[in-house]
Design a protein around this ligand. Structure first.
Ligand code: ACO
Length: 325
């Protein structure tokens, strides 16, 4: 049995934060940000928007696209590291918001790679026949975890949610998933805080510098390029595919230069790479499902095509999926 993508959806907050806005705040420039990252603007969640409210909209779109009701689901998995609360999980809150109960619902935390980990878990349940329809969501509000005065991080991160329904299918779907983690890199990228608004003392984390998201960007960059190169090679080899036999690369949207290096490794022209980061920034666990949904809805990705999804992030944690759509 295969886990096939039966529907996708996504949500981006209305508020835009442009490079020009950031020029007013910190010592940076639109030219530097565009050249070093490829980002022009990102969306920022409003005061009343959370991982759960954004996930709900993305999930409803995905269910509609799959022509399913929430009652058809056998499981809900939310990939996030920025939910409002440590518990109940965002997945339990989403389950309730979708009006269903009893089915297992849980969060997966693997930072920007969370959606790949959640997808892999869902794939196992469908593959072994224990579930027929699983909702997999990636949602984060990492812009909230960034120190507003830190030009190293605020230029990169945006907020959003993406969702995908996986359904049992006898002919095709996910062929393989590949996951890796390396905890020894914890000092290069992380956040001391699950969510700044839930600080036990009632203060925002500015009072404690260690609570903000920290990143040694150029060191993360080097490891990301190397590990993603190994990952896509591993994914192709496992499926006995050659370079050039993929229709689309749907990468994590962290940095244009990282994506270009991965595409080069796959000998894929950039026209076959789905890019949203110019207007989304890095939306962490939401980035791959947002890009996937955008390219499905605009008609680029067609049924029967071969897709490679991949992401790399804090942990470090990284993963991929080879899929026939
Ligand atoms: N604006 C202007 N100048 C800046 C900025 C900025 N926002 N940030 C850094 N600079 C300066 C630096 O101070 C440095 O100046 P110097 O040469 O005078 O010392 C210069 O620009 C180059 O700095 P680097 O850090 O070497 O720049 P780099 O080319 O590496 O780009 C970036 C930085 C964009 C952060 C890049 O390293 C990157 O994208 N890293 C990977 C991020 C990533 O993939 N994260 C993983 C996912 S996130 C997750 O899991 C939560």
């Amino acid at each position: 049995m295969f886990a096939r993508i039966s529907g996708t959806g996504h949500y981006l907050p209305n508020a835009r934060l442009t490079n020009q806005d950031l020029e007013q705040r910190v010592d940076t420039s639109d030219a530097w940000i565009r050249e070093r990252t490829g980002i022009r603007e990102r969306r920022i969640a409003g005061a009343d928007e959370t991982v759960v409210t954004m996930s709900k909209i993305a999930a409803q779109q995905a269910l509609q696209a799959a022509q399913l009701d929430a009652a058809d689901l056998d499981m809900i998995i939310v990939a996030t590291t920025s939910a409002e609360r440590a518990f109940p999980s965002a997945a339990c809150e989403l389950q309730h918001a979708l009006g269903v109960t009893e089915i297992p619902a849980f969060d997966v935390g693997a930072a920007c790679a969370g959606f790949m980990f959640a997808t892999s878990i869902a794939d196992q349940y469908i593959r072994n026949g224990q579930a027929r329809h699983i909702l997999v969501v990636g949602a984060d509000v990492l812009a909230r975890l960034c120190n507003p005065n830190d030009r190293n991080t605020i230029v990169l991160f945006g907020d959003g949610a993406g969702a995908m329904v996986l359904s049992a299918n006898e002919t095709c779907g996910i062929h393989s998933t590949h996951l890796h983690s390396a905890g020894e890199f914890a000092d290069l990228l992380g956040s001391g805080h699950a969510n700044p608004r839930s600080d036990a003392s009632g203060q925002v984390p500015g009072a404690n510098e260690e609570a903000w998201l920290y990143m040694k960007g150029s060191e993360v960059f080097k490891v990301a390029v190397k590990k993603l190169s190994q990952l896509v090679t591993e994914t192709l080899a496992h499926n006995q595919l050659e370079q050039g036999q993929l229709d689309w690369l749907i990468p994590h949207q962290a940095n244009r230069r990282i994506i270009e290096a991965t595409a080069k490794k796959l000998s894929m022209p950039m026209e076959r790479v789905v890019m949203t980061l110019e207007y989304t920034g890095n939306t962490s666990a939401a980035s791959v499902p947002i890009a996937l949904d955008v390219a499905i809805r605009d008609g680029r990705i067609q049924r029967g095509q071969r897709l490679l999804l991949e992401a790399f992030g804090g942990g470090f944690a990284w993963g991929s999926a080879l899929v026939t759509y």
